[in-house]
Design a protein around this ligand. Sequence first.
Ligand code: 6R9
Length: 657
Amino acid sequence: MTSSVEGQNLDSSLRENRVFAPSAEFAAKAHVKSLEEYEAMYRRSVEQPEEFWADAAGELEWFEKWTRVLELGEDGSGNGAKWFVGGKLNLSHNCVDRHALGARKDKVALLWEGEPGEVRRLTYGDLHEQVQRFANVLKGLGIKKGDRVAVYMGMCPELAIALLACARIGAVHSVIFGGFAAHAIVDRVNDSECVAVITQDSSYRRGTEIKLKAIVDEALEQCPTVKHVVVYRRSDTAVKMKEGRDIWWDEALLAAEHECAPEWMDAEDPLYLLYTSGTTGKPKGLVHTTGGYSVQTYLTSKYVFDLQEDDVYWCTADVGWVTGHSYVVYGPLQNGATVVMYEGAPNWPEFDRFWKIIDAHKVTVFYTAPTAIRAFTKWGAEWVRKHSLASLRLLGTVGEPINPESWMWFHREIGKERCPIVDTYWQTETGAIMIAPIPGAVATKPGSATRPFFGIVPEVVTKEGEPVPDGKGGLLVFRTAWPSMARTVYGNPERYEKAYWVEIPGSYFTGDGARRDADGYYWLMGRVDDVLNVSGHRLGTMEVESALVAHPKVAEAAVVGRPDDLKGQAICAFVTLEMGHTVSEELRQEIRQWVAKEIGALARPDDVRFTEALPKTRSGKIMRRLLRELATTGEVKGDTTTLEDFGVIAKLRGDEE
Ligand code: 6R9
């Protein structure tokens, strides 16, 4: 099973035996106050899932009640399952109207800080007005239920408003991370035939302007389906507006009607698409639907972050990723929380920006990524210690396995040994948290995501689907259906089946390795497939390879991950050149830049190693396992019996830097 980052984490987590129980003070105020209570709730949730999820759904408002909670797929598995069949609801109604028309009208919904330092507060009342008016802008453009709308923005309240307005009218949003290059926009917009793009003039990061509109303009030259572009004015930087296609957000909003009744969405109507990397081909557009996604993002936010009325909740993820969808926008807003949003970089203007934000806004719940924690550790605790952080009561992590050392640093320096840490395991495909401690109830162990959320049945199995005994590593699967699971891959249902349901028949296959310990705690060990996790961002080796071979001088390329202290995994590319080109440092840099330009900076290879040939099996498959070993240890000790040309390895070793 796979590369050594995971191996490293496994080694340190195998030695890990510290246990941290929640304080009596924390537990007393929590939604779930004891292990017994968690276990009783969990037992009910898996023994009577329909009753359990019906109760959860009942905490939201429905225009029409469902007739059946769960209808399993044809083969009786979660593949093809439907949730809350016949139910009608609208997620923007549950995120906004329910609070604005109730007791939370004047409560701050979004608390935004721009990188240059401005602060904006939007109450639930404000959000109600803005979302309705922007929904009317979209309607005015002729956008209707089922149309796909791409969103390419920086972190600002209007991004959340754009999503909520789409949800309100039933348009299917497809957010494209603002760090992706024009090429990535082209692929995503064309794959789902988006009719409009919502963007902004520019956004600030590390003191510089990211000119988002200009990147959209470049992309749209190759996107024939896009008829409209709405541009939010963030910085007032000069942009080109295309007559008949582009309109300004602020101008359109002024002219828009104030009221827009939410569309009655069927529980199984699509809510959004989000593209994510898989093992083969281009990123796939996972389809999330309305009812089940609403219910599970609502319930996980409530219990895993233990949201209370006076919390100030901050998830640092960009809305370009699933974490931002579920835990910046939809989950916390359904709970009526005050949500902090920050536009820029954590190290701007100095290394303590996050800690300043926490103190300034009295943040109580702070949810971030292991890669960020490793950066904080590197920058040094002195930056943290300049601030009080006394408002914090709960911490969380997501995106990759957290090594126990980083967990301890987070616990000590940020949580001051007072705040529980919820290590939350889930995926774009799962839509919401699947394994995580319920903080007032489940004691934590550094490096473990601990126990399953209500209604979730994980299992560790062999390749053949046989259960693996506790303490041993295997493949992580989910045995039963859950409400927020992605229903399909947009335009490619076969790919959905193949990627998730064929490997271990009857179960959902996560692509992750894991082991369960004697206490029933899960320890994630990283991907077992060709998906890289670079700073918590998913990237397929195939995607990077495709970008590499698109370079005119590159003949062949193989990409593997190697452990990296900061990013978790670094990208190591083995490249053979077309005849007639010579190896040079200049070419190496050119190739690295090329990939950044093709996909986005996050895909820029850390290493580019030139080689005369790649190790292949006799059937012509690149043996990534050997390259991974070489990139990681500088040696190849693994089984090479299927190798076609043994000389290749010796040459590869000789070419090391
Ligand atoms: C939410 C998100 C999913 C992949 C997943 C796994 C890794 C996420 C983790 C974790 C260990 C955690 N992952 N959270 N591994 N512990 N708490 O990150 O979605 O971008 O789709 O990535 O990330 O490998 O399969 P996504």
